[in-house]
Design a binder for this molecule. Structure first.
Ligand code: C2E
Ligand code: MG
Ligand code: MG
Length: 902
């Protein structure tokens, strides 16, 4: 009881203290009000100055002669007036004191009158004085408004300050008195309790009776001391403290050992919802209350929920007589916020545990606050084994014990963790765990000075990305570096070269690889490329690089090259190693290689330039007969440029169909007449002039243009020959490139069918190079062609490889001896014997022998002598356009045939 009373006193003191605090707060608010009124005053002063500006603008607008300026000013006036009138209007609406709001209304009205008068003024001089007066009036009203606001604000402030100071004084006095009264109250209370204890001592043993007696005593006390003045037991009653106890926010209920109410304060009724009647002294504890008391179903709960949903905190104190003191407090709000916090915590935990990333939150002292399930999984920890408060070092130690970091010491791991913590670039925060797992770690600081680390198992992504990065720089077939990586290696070599020796770039191209691919199939081609890659790698040192650029092209960066000789030695070795026969799974194959070499720094110091120069040199080595290497020379580049330009022109000429066919007679020596004509391509370029087929045909072969061009020649020649007299033949040159596909057969068939030319009148001239390529399929095509009727001639015999075995591989109908032999035919120690031998050989093999390039009578005489069948050359006629054929026929074969041709 004394404690409760003391608490009540204390509560009262706090209450009063609180009131004083609130008063001080009020004082501050008044001060702030004053400040605000000063701000309002500021606003009014601004309005006054704005009004002056407006006045000036109005005057300017009245006097200016410039209509543009007037329009500008009138816009500004409208804008200014609108804002000014809105400001003053707002003061009129907001100010509570009538004095101020009236002053504001007057100011606004006089401003409006003046503004309207200005706006509608005609501009006459006589108006000026009136307008000025109106403006002065408006300005005076604003000044009044300012003065009224200032006066009012100041007086309010002063009055409030005085009033508040008075009240604070009074309250502080009360508090002092209260504090002085507390010991007195306490003393009286103790006296009263002692008296009650004495009464208990004489009362019947039942504690209920004792309680009743006390209740009665309490009851009687309320009747005042006079009622007991004659009672010998009477001792002075303490002042009635019920009010103090009732004022307590907590509910206080005393029950006796028989669970009857001894006392309940006002808050008890309000908090429990039990009516005040049921809480009178002596009443048995109601059902609700009994539930709360010891032995009740809610005995063990310190918080109970009432039927209306509120939560009570229940404090139980046993009294010495078996009774109970219940202290009740409404904790509904607290309980709700606790529940919310708990629900949030549960959701958070669930969210953390369902994250796909591992997470650890550490506080400022690097102690673990929380680690989620995924973290434990990634680092092989038992569920729940990482507990709050563990240091980051302990967490690392556990990871080590789980075997995640074989070969790493704790200090190394700590160093790594520190690096990750301090590194801002998360893209590189990777940790490799045992078993090759890669974890990406992302660390962010928290507002509390700690940090949160997330752990993402990116193993699969990492491997996929590494693979992609590798593939982007390597050739899928041979696994050698590709063009991209080669360029990087050349860049690296350039950096090195500036300090040490130079380096060489070799460009390699396999000779006749296409034929292997075409005849043996791509699988064999691929197998061969891998075998070549393997041999090339074996030829090089660690510091060198070999790359596959695509198809059958390779490139080598040879480091530390001091002289050209160093590069030549390697190139020679490669030529030898690569051309050694290969034993593939099902075939034995031989291939050659041509090499072009560029030297750095002599030939350039940029990857592109070096590769291009090496490529130019490669082109040269191909032209020089393959299987060789050539160093880059500046002139080669010029030649290559020229060739490229020719290529562009050639393609354009084909597209524009500017080619022509000329015809050169073939003279039959036994019949002494022209037996046919050879069709020869002619190309006249607008600036180059006549371009020789010896120049453009090889290029057309190289770029594949010869196939459609050859087809055009064939159709055109057949079509024109079909108009010639019956027995005249036409010879058409067919390139080796046209033999690469069986399409040639259908082209010939179609040309004959379309033009109606008898197949026997067509001769197809091929060179030895056709047979060089792939003899099997070429011979098959030749047979197929001849089976259709045309005759097959071997052209330019004696140039090329002139292997007699070619003559055995296919029974040619005709052999044309190359003009280079005919040229020297009649000179001393010339080619007479060769020509003689060739004619005799060909004749014995059953071939028609034709001599090309016959220019003199002597050559003709000798050829007749040797038994040659046909001749062709300028002696008879150079190649001529089709229109001149009739003339030639007339000259050599007589007018009759010429007339048929015309
Ligand atoms: P070719 O088939 O051996 O043609 C004979 C070449 O010798 C022609 O050169 C011709 O003009 C030239 N010629 C003829 N008589 C004489 C002579 O008495 N003295 C000299 N010095 N030359 C003579 P052209 O027309 O320049 O053709 C060169 C080569 O171009 C041809 O050699 C042939 O291999 C090729 N060619 C020409 N037209 C075609 C064609 O339509 N298709 C293919 N694939 N190649 C063609
Ligand atoms: Mg020819
Ligand atoms: Mg020829």
């Amino acid at each position: 009881m004394p404690i409760a009373l003391a608490a009540a006193c204390l509560g009262l003191v706090l209450l009063v203290g609180h009131a004083v605090g609130r008063l001080r707060e009020a004082e501050r608010l008044v001060a702030r009000n004053y400040a605000e009124s000063l701000t309002a005053l500021d606003g009014i002063r601004n309005a006054a100055s704005e009004l002056s500006h407006l006045r000036v603008d109005h005057i300017r607008a009245r006097i200016t002669a410039d209509p543009v300026e007037r329009a500008k000013l009138s816009d500004r006036i409208a804008e200014r007036y609108q804002s000014l009138s809105a400001n003053v209007g707002a003061i009129a609406a907001r100010s509570r004191p009538a004095l101020i709001s009236q002053a504001a209304v007057s100011a606004r009205d006089s401003m409006s009158i003046w503004h309207e008068a200005m706006r509608t003024a005609s501009g006459r001089q006589e108006e000026a004085a009136d307008l000025d007066e109106l403006a002065d009036g408006a300005q005076t009203q604003i000044t009044h408004l300012a003065a009224a606001t200032e006066r009012y604000g100041f007086s309010v402030h002063k009055t409030a300050e005085a009033a508040i100071a008075d009240r604070i004084l009074v309250i502080e006095g009360i508090v002092g008195a209260m504090v002085a009264l507390v010991p007195l109250v306490a003393w009286l209370l103790i006296l009263r309790i002692q008296r009650a204890a004495a009464a208990d001592a004489v009362a019947p043993p039942s504690s209920r009776a004792g309680m009743e007696a006390r209740a009665e005593a309490t009851d009687q006390t309320s009747h005042g001391p006079v009622a007991r003045a004659d009672d010998p037991e009477w001792t002075p009653s303490p002042p009635d403290m019920t009010e103090l106890v009732d004022a307590a926010q907590e509910g206080l209920i005393f029950t006796d050992g028989d669970r009857r109410i001894v006392y309940a304060n006002a808050s008890a009724a309000a908090l429990t919802g039990i009516g005040p009647d049921a809480l009178r002294p002596g009443e048995p504890a109601s059902a609700t209350l009994a539930d709360l008391l010891p032995g009740g179903p809610m005995e063990s709960k310190d918080k109970v929920r009432l039927t209306d949903g509120r939560w009570l905190r229940v404090g139980r104190r046993p009294a010495p007589d078996g009774g109970t003191l219940l202290v009740l407090a409404d904790v509904t709000d607290r309980k709700r916020s606790d529940d919310r916090a708990e629900a949030t915590a549960v959701s958070l935990r669930t969210a953390l545990d369902s994250m796909s990333q591992g997470l650890c939150l550490y506080d400022a002292a690097h102690r673990l606050v929380v680690a989620n399930r995924r973290y434990e999984e990634i680092y092989g920890q038992e569920a729940g084994s990482l507990t709050t408060g563990m240091t980051s070092t302990e967490v690392l130690e556990r990871s080590m014990s789980a075997g995640n970091h074989p070969g790493s010491t704790l200090s190394e791991l700590l160093g790594e963790a520190t690096r990750i913590l301090t590194k801002s670039d998360r893209d590189h925060n990777f940790q490799e765990l045992a078993g090759g797992r890669i974890i990406q770690i992302d660390v962010s600081p928290t507002a509390e000075g700690g940090f949160v680390a997330t752990y993402d198992d990116v193993t699969e992504r990492w491997h996929a990305e590494s693979r992609i990065a590798y593939m982007a720089r390597h050739d899928a077939l041979t696994d050698l570096p590709n063009r991209l990586l080669l360029a990087e290696r050349i860049e690296g070599a350039i950096t090195q070269a500036s300090r040490e020796a130079g380096f060489a770039v070799h460009c390699l191209d396999l000779d006749n690889f296409k034929q292997i691919n075409d005849t043996l199939g791509h699988a064999v081609g691929d197998e061969l490329l891998c075998a070549v890659a393997h041999r090339l790698t074996a030829c090089l040192r660690e510091v060198d690089t070999v790359a596959r650029l695509g198809g059958d092209e390779f490139a080598i960066v040879q480091a530390g090259v001091e002289t050209a000789e160093d590069a030549a030695v390697l190139a020679q070795r490669i030529v030898e190693v690569v051309s050694t026969p290969y034993e593939l799974a099902e075939h034995s194959v031989t291939i050659g290689v041509s090499i072009g070499i560029a030297l750095a720094p002599a030939d350039g110091m940029a990857p592109d330039r070096l590769l291009k120069s090496a490529d130019v040199a490669l082109y040269k080595s191909k032209g020089d007969g393959r299987g060789v290497f050539r160093f880059f020379e500046a002139e080669m580049d010029d030649r290559l440029q020229a060739r490229r330009l020719l290529e562009i022109d050639l393609r354009a000429a084909f597209a524009a169909e500017v080619f022509e066919l000329y015809y050169q007679p073939i003279y039959d020596l036994s019949q002494d007449r022209i037996s046919g004509f050879e069709a020869l391509l002619r190309w006249t370029h607008p600036t180059r002039g006549r371009v020789s087929p010896a120049e453009f045909v090889p290029l057309a072969e190289e770029i594949g243009l010869i196939v459609p061009l050859g087809e055009w020649v064939l159709r055109k020649a057949c079509a024109e020959a079909a108009r010639w007299p019956g027995t005249l033949k036409v010879a058409v040159n067919v390139s080796a490139a046209q033999f690469r596909s069986a399409q040639l057969i259908s082209t010939v068939r179609e040309a004959l069918a379309e033009t109606g030319l008898a197949a026997q009148r067509l001769e197809l001239e091929i060179t030895e190079t056709v047979l060089l390529a792939d003899r099997g399929s070429t011979v098959a095509i030749l047979h197929a062609l001849r089976a259709m009727g045309p005759r097959i001639s071997m052209d330019d015999f004696g140039t090329g490889y002139s292997s007699l075995s070619y003559l055995r591989s296919f029974p040619f109908d005709k052999m044309k001896i190359d003009q280079s032999f005919i040229r020297d035919l009649t000179v001393e120690n010339g080619s007479g014997f060769i020509v003689q031998a060739v004619i005799s050989l060909g004749t014995n093999l059953g071939m028609t022998m034709t001599a090309e390039g016959v220019e003199t009578e002597a050559q003709l005489a000798r050829l007749r002598e040797e038994g040659c069948d046909e001749v062709q050359g300028y002696l008879f006629s150079p190649p001529v356009p089709v229109s001149q054929i009739a003339g030639l026929l007339e000259k050599w074969n007589g007018a009759e045939e010429a007339a048929q041709a015309a």
